[in-house]
Design a protein. Structure first.
Length: 451
């Protein structure tokens, strides 16, 4: 056996091991080259088989008859650019006259099989130009966020999309969001990534966790206000409404509506104010909204109406005052009482993890996209963290947040605890972090050990 044969065998074995154990490494070393060659060689025949070609024009047929040449073949979309990425390939196609972007979107599953890729998605960039994003392996199986992400004000890289791109939670573009999912579906990990991404930013975090604070209170050093029961939550939301009214008074005082001021410089929200007087934006995280909406007595019903009314007011009016809602729950339907559907209508961003029934998925995407509902109910039980993200435009994508432990999130919040702002209206709800309250009684029936 020659050295060249041994070397070739070692390369083949290495490629097989990488493809099995480290698909991302295999893609960067071997897969991207093989995939690019496969796409270029098969492109014309695949497009013809998928019905993505157009017959030759009349002048080309006339020219072929005049010159006594064979009739020209049908033409596929022209490749404007092929760009390799760390997860796949990106093809930018120029459509031929008579072709439609919907035809390309409808053929993505056939293109996936024909080119031997793991997944293919398409989106229209502009009239006549379509982008195909192909993934070479399952990027959601083991999520690895890229080292460099596009970080901006109130824009958090929170998960990875199935096409290999980064999913951002952009509060400037989508002020309020709703996250649904059954128990053990990955909502807590998604929320931790959100808090960890917001912690280094100049933003105030306000939390409502009615599970006695077990989810959010470990992150208390980075929170300006926290509530662990519905009574405290009602008072906290009233404080937020008062803060919102004070911010609007500040904006009114600095609108600068004079003849000499250009229209673009007239203040209409906090982002139009000068940096030295701009109030700190606030992100309100509600861990389980059902605990705020359920009631058993008349007094609890009054408290519930007070809470939902405050949430609706913040959802309708809070954006200009820099108040953004992030509401989580297992269900979010009309059975939670009046005002719930009004609140849901204001929550533009929708993220749904695994749900137990189709009705729960309809609560998030029924008024947006039927395809997103189908994708949400198909998430398997063993795929914790996989979710479907969409918005009111009808667009949606499968995403998965990287696994972040509670200790990692706590360390990030503690590292940026100096960025926690003090809000006068919410000062009574600032979490006390001096010590840990001991348990009032043993949690087991075993006798305590004696010295």
């Amino acid at each position: 056996m020659t050295w060249s044969t041994v070397a070739l065998l070692l390369v083949v074995v290495t490629a097989g091991i990488l493809r099995w154990r480290r698909p991302a490494w295999y893609w960067m070393t071997f897969g991207v080259t093989f995939a690019a060659l496969r796409v270029l060689v098969r492109y014309a025949s695949v497009m013809d088989a998928c019905g993505l070609t157009v017959p030759p024009s009349r002048w080309r047929l006339s020219l072929a008859r005049m010159t006594n040449r064979p009739a020209p073949e049908s033409r596929p979309p022209r490749i404007l650019r092929m760009r390799p990425t760390r997860t796949g390939l990106v093809l930018r196609l120029k459509l031929r006259p008579g072709q439609d972007a919907f035809d390309v979107a409808a053929a993505t599953d056939r293109l996936r099989h024909s080119f031997g890729m793991y997944g293919v998605t398409s989106r229209e960039l502009r009239s006549g130009v379509v982008e195909l994003r192909m993934t070479g392996y399952d990027v959601l199986k083991r999520v690895q966020m890229p080292a460099n992400t596009d970080r901006a004000s109130m824009r958090v890289p929170v998960a990875l999309r199935e096409d290999g791109s980064v999913h951002y939670r952009d509060y400037r573009a989508i002020p309020h969001g709703l996250t649904l999912g059954a128990t053990e579906s990955g909502k807590s990990v998604y929320q931790r990534n959100l808090v960890a991404g917001l912690a280094p930013m100049d933003v105030a975090l306000v939390g409502i966790d009615c599970k006695q604070g077990v989810e959010l209170f470990p992150l208390a050093r980075r929170f300006s206000a926290l509530a662990d029961n519905p009574d405290t939550a009602a008072e906290l939301l009233d404080g937020l409404v008062a803060h919102m009214e004070n911010v609007y008074q500040l904006i009114r005082a600095h609108q600068r509506i004079t003849v000499g001021v250009p229209d673009a410089e007239i203040a209409a929200d906090i982002w139009d104010l000068p940096d030295d007087i701009r109030p700190t934006p606030i992100v309100v995280l509600v861990d389980e909204v059902a605990e705020l909406a359920l009631f058993a007595t008349k007094d609890e019903e009054k408290r519930r109406d007070r809470i939902i009314t405050a949430l609706v007011r913040l959802a309708q009016l809070g954006r200009a005052a820099g108040i953004y809602l992030e509401i989580c729950g297992q269900r979010f339907g009309s059975e939670l009482g009046k005002g719930i559907t009004m609140l849901r209508a204001q929550l533009t961003g929708r993220t749904t993890h695994r749900v137990n029934d189709e009705t729960s998925a309809n609560m998030a995407f029924g008024d947006i996209s039927p395809d997103a509902v189908l994708a949400a109910i198909q998430i398997p039980a063993d795929a914790r963290g996989v979710a479907v993200a969409g918005d009111s435009t009808g667009g949606w994508a499968r995403i998965r947040a990287p696994h972040t432990t509670l200790r990692q999130a706590v360390n990030i919040c503690n590292r940026h605890a100096d960025r926690t702002p003090d809000l006068p209206e919410l000062a009574p709800f600032r979490p006390a972090i001096a010590g840990v309250i001991p348990a009032p009684a043993p949690l087991s029936k075993a006798e305590p050990a004696t010295a």
